[in-house]
Design a protein around this ligand. Structure first.
Ligand code: NAD
Ligand code: AKB
Length: 312
C-alpha cells in the first residue's frame, strides 16, 4: 500500500461535488487534523482544517504545503464542461495553470499527487465504447484541458519521478453536494426535481447515452488507485478509464418514475447536448481492472434506490 497514517493530505477544490465526499473519506483514513481542505471560499459545514487557496496562486499553495507538511495533494480544483465552455480562457487557466502549480510544487517538495481526468478527453472520433487507448480528440475546451493535464502528469512522472495518478471519471451521481457545472449534472438534478417538484425539464435528449458512476464507487476507486503499489501501475497511471454503468437519459427518468409517483419529465436540449454527443456511450476499463483490481459495486438500479433514499 502506498501511503497511510502519518501522511498529511491537501485537497484543492474541496467544496465541490467530489471534494465534499473525498475529504470525509480521507479524514476517516488519516484523521481529521491531517486533511487540509482548501477552496476559493469557506465551506459551510466542514469539520477540520480549511485554508482559502486559489490554485493559480503558486505562493499560497507553497505556503500551505510547507506550513502543514503536506505529503499528498488531491487536486480537484477545476472548471467543468458547461462552466468551462462559457469561459474557455478561465477554464484553460485554472485547469492547466492550476495543475502546473501543483505538479511543480510536488516535484520540489516530493509530494504524491492525485489529478482526475474525465471521459471528456474523448471526442466524436472515439468508438461508442471508449477503450483505454482510443483517440483523444475532444471538441470541448474542458476536454482539451483534461488531455493536456494527462500529458503533464505523464511528463512529471517520466521526467521527474513525481508519483501522479488519475482516473477518467464518468459523470458522477451523488446526493451530498450539488454538481458543479457539468454536462452530466442532469443526472443529479433530475432526482432533486422529481422529489421537490414532481417534474423536470432535462437539457439533453431522452436517447442520450453517457457513462456514469455512483459517487461511492468513485471515492473507493480513488482511494484504491492511490493505495496501489506503484510498480503495478502501467503507462495509464494518470488516466485510467473507469466504468460504472451507462444509461440513456430516458431510462433514468423511467427508473425514477417507477419509484416517484406522478413524476413527469420533458426534454429540452440546450448547448450541453452538443458536449454530450461528442462523448462516448460506454467505457472499457479492462486496464484499471488488470492493473489495480478495480471493480464497480453499484448498478444503475441500486444507484437510483440510494439517491432517492438519501434525498427523501
Ligand atoms: P466541482 O465543480 O463540483 O468542484 C470544483 C471546485 O473547484 C469548486 O468548489 C470550485 O470552487 C473550485 N475551484 C474552481 N476554481 C478554483 C481555483 N482557481 N482555485 C481553487 N479552487 C477552485 O467539481 P467536481 O465535480 O468536484 O470535480 C473535481 C475534479 O474531478 C475536476 O478535475 C473534474 O474535471 C473532475 N471530474 C469530475 C466529474 C464529475 O462528474 N463530478 C467527472 C469527471 C471528472
Ligand atoms: C462534466 O459533465 O463536465 C463532468 C465530466 C464528465 O467531466 N461531469
Amino acid at each position: 500500500m502506498a501511503g497511510g497514517p502519518g501522511e498529511t493530505v491537501l485537497v484543492t477544490g474541496a467544496n465541490g461535488q467530489i471534494g465534499t465526499e473525498l475529504v470525509l473519506a480521507l479524514q476517516e483514513r488519516y484523521g481529521t487534523d491531517s486533511v487540509i481542505a482548501s477552496d476559493l471560499c469557506e465551506p459551510s459545514d466542514l469539520q477540520g482544517p480549511f485554508e482559502i487557496c486559489d490554485v493559480l496562486d503558486r505562493g499560497r499553495l507553497e505556503e500551505i504545503v510547507d506550513d502543514h507538511g503536506v505529503t499528498i495533494i488531491y487536486h480537484l480544483a477545476a472548471l467543468l464542461s458547461a462552466t468551462g465552455e462559457k469561459n474557455p480562457e478561465l477554464c484553460e487557466r485554472v485547469n492547466i495553470g492550476g495543475l502546473a502549480n501543483v505538479l511543480e510544487l510536488a516535484k520540489e517538495r516530493g509530494c504524491r499527487v492525485y489529478s482526475p481526468s474525465s471521459i471528456a478527453v474523448f471526442g466524436p472520433d472515439c468508438p461508442k465504447r471508449a477503450m483505454q487507448d482510443s483517440p483523444l480528440n475532444p471538441t470541448t475546451t474542458y476536454g482539451a484541458t483534461k488531455v493536456t493535464g494527462e500529458d503533464m502528469a505523464k511528463y512529471y512522472w517520466d521526467a521527474h519521478g513525481v508519483d501522479v495518478r488519475g482516473i477518467r471519471y464518468p459523470g458522477l451521481i451523488s446526493w451530498k453536494a450539488p454538481p458543479g457545472g457539468g454536462t452530466t449534472d442532469y443526472a443529479v438534478e433530475v432526482f432533486h426535481h422529481a422529489l421537490n417538484y414532481g417534474s423536470y425539464t432535462c437539457f439533453v435528449r431522452s436517447e442520450t447515452v453517457l457513462p456514469m458512476m455512483y459517487m461511492d464507487d468513485a471515492i473507493r476507486a480513488t482511494l484504491e488507485l492511490m493505495d496501489a503499489p506503484s510498480d503495478s501501475l502501467g503507462p495509464s497511471r494518470a488516466c485510467y478509464n473507469l466504468a460504472g454503468f451507462s444509461f440513456a437519459a430516458g431510462e433514468l427518468v423511467a427508473a425514477i418514475g417507477e419509484r416517484v409517483e406522478g413524476f413527469e419529465c420533458t426534454f429540452k436540449p440546450d448547448v450541453r447536448q452538443k458536449y454530450a454527443d461528442s462523448w462516448p456511450n460506454e467505457i472499457d476499463d479492462t486496464v484499471a481492472r488488470d492493473d489495480w483490481n478495480w471493480k464497480p459495486e453499484f448498478s444503475m438500479e441500486e444507484m437510483v434506490d440510494e439517491m432517492l433514499a438519501n434525498l427523501s
